[in-house]
Ligand binder design. Structure first.
Ligand code: TYD
Ligand code: MG
Length: 455
């Protein structure tokens, strides 16, 4: 009997196995494994050896090469996330939920780069050219010299790129592309992987930059762009809450610039417009100082961003109190609650806790610990923090406050936005506090006693 040569691939994480099962062993997702034909018939039986290939020219580390010239889009928030403009020959993946605004952003980017003098091809596998054109008209970009293609066949796209030799190709989206040499449906892991590999390879060989759009769905039904993250130079995620106007483009990997950099945009009737002062935006809806509201002075990438933590603490009607978090890590909230209880004797048992970062921002910095603790205490004690005060600091399990990086930058931004004092851990490098009153504390107990009068 002929041995079956197909493999089974998990659509959520890309793990391959030799047999089907209902649940992926690697990521634990249910019903995500599908059968796929192997990519090629496999390598020849013999090892490659060292006699057949050509010798690759080697250089040493000291040989100097001019840094690649970057092209600026003119949209400073986009340039910032790219690390200072578009690098030639780079491969960029832009991921995000469907409907978040990826096509809008990339059409705007295409038009801006085209106006800056680059040859740009926008290949859409999701929308007809007429639809893209209509959108461009609505965004006031119809005059930009962008070339459109409504195509999903990868071979045809590569042939077109070979002939046209654009400086930038935008592929919207990688899930709609299909390679006719791979026997599986468009959107499957093998197809996405091959399409991304071919396009990235082409980009490197021909000196073209390529931006690929990838949809991420929460249930993992469509092959996530996760499987191609390692192939590309830059991975950007477009995030935001549907109900909010703000969209955040976040660099999670960047070979040509700092990772963790964010660009902030606002979705308007005329497309995405950049927000150059995000702190002002995130604090713009802040009313009178109220219990449970605390302003955190954070750092996103290389830039300080102020935002507001809101907490609500109320007696629970249930046997199991609720812990609900939006914009921050639920595990970290549990940790802060445990530290408050164990080190400061402030229990939250029997109380529902809700924590929210205003404006749809997502915070992952440990430096927000103290701001969260302050919001929780302020809500629990029903005491508002003094207005014009920002808070930052990491909390360790012992209840000690640990100094965080970039204290000076955090203080400067707070002062710029009209704050006059800050609560921060002792021992941080403060440098010039520039008129800000700095209230430094060594541990959480001191903080509770000082701000909330012994708890
Ligand atoms: P789109 O770019 O199509 O999302 P994606 O490519 O990520 O799936 O964005 C669709 C949403 O953006 C849609 O809900 C409408 C909204 N939108 C605006 O609010 N203003 C605009 O000018 C445009 C073009 C879209
Ligand atoms: Mg789209």
């Amino acid at each position: 009997m002929a041995k079956s040569s197909s493999t089974f691939v998990c659509n959520a994480c890309g793990n391959t196995t030799s047999k089907w099962s209902g649940r992926c062993e690697a990521c634990g997702a249910w019903n995500t494994i599908t059968e796929e034909a192997p990519l090629t018939s496999g390598p020849a039986k013999k090892t490659l050896g060292g006699s057949r290939g050509r010798a690759t020219p080697l250089t040493d580390l000291s040989s100097s090469e001019a840094p690649p010239p970057r092209t600026s889009s003119g949209l400073s928030e986009l340039d910032r996330v790219l690390g200072g403009g578009l690098v030639p020959s780079s491969a960029i993946l832009v991921g995000g939920d469907p409907g978040i605004g990826k096509s809008t952003l990339l059409l705007q980017a295409a038009a801006l780069f085209a106006r800056a003098g680059l040859g740009v091809i926008y290949a859409s596998g999701e929308e007809a050219s007429a639809q893209v054109r209509m959108r461009a008209q609505r965004l006031g970009l119809a005059d930009a010299p962008v070339k459109l293609a409504a195509e999903t066949n990868l071979r045809d796209i590569l042939t077109t790129l070979e002939q046209e030799r654009p400086a930038l190709a935008i592929i919207d989206s990688i899930q709609t592309m299909w390679a006719d040499n791979v026997e599986s449906a468009p959107g499957s892991v093998s197809q996405v992987r091959v399409a991304a590999h071919e396009l990235t390879n082409f980009a490197k060989r021909r000196g073209m930059a390529v931006i690929m759009v990838g949809h991420v769905t929460k249930d993992g039904q469509i092959a996530g762009p996760r499987v191609i993250e390692h192939m590309v130079d830059t991975v950007l995620y477009f995030e935001g809450e549907r109900g909010h106007q703000f969209r955040i483009l976040r660099a999670v990997k960047n070979r040509f610039g700092p990772a963790d950099e964010i660009g902030v945009f606002e979705m308007t009737g005329g497309g995405l417009s950049e927000v150059t002062n995000p702190s002002a935006l995130f604090l713009s809806e802040r009313g009178q100082p109220s219990p449970g509201s605390v302003v955190f002075s954070g750092i996103e990438g290389t830039r300080p961003v102020l935002c507001e933590f809101q907490a609500l603490v109320a007696p629970t009607p249930h046997s199991q109190p609720r812990r609900t978090v939006v914009g921050w890590d639920g595990g970290r909230l549990a940790m802060i609650l445990a530290v408050l209880e164990a080190r400061c004797g402030i229990p939250f048992a029997g109380l529902d806790v809700y924590l929210n970062v205003a404006g749809g921002m997502k915070i992952s910095e440990p430096a927000a610990d103290l701001a969260v603790a302050a919001a929780l205490l302020s809500a629990r004690e029903d005491v508002a923090l003094p207005p014009e005060t920002v808070v930052f600091g990491e909390i360790s399990l012992s209840g000690a406050l640990r100094p965080v990086s970039q204290t000076e930058l955090r203080l400067k931004e707070a002062q710029k936005l009209g704050f006059s004092s800050a609560i921060a851990p002792a021992g941080g490098k403060t440098g010039e506090s520039g008129g800000m009153t700095l209230n430094q504390m060594g541990d959480l107990t001191a903080f509770v006693g000082d701000v909330f009068g012994a708890g």
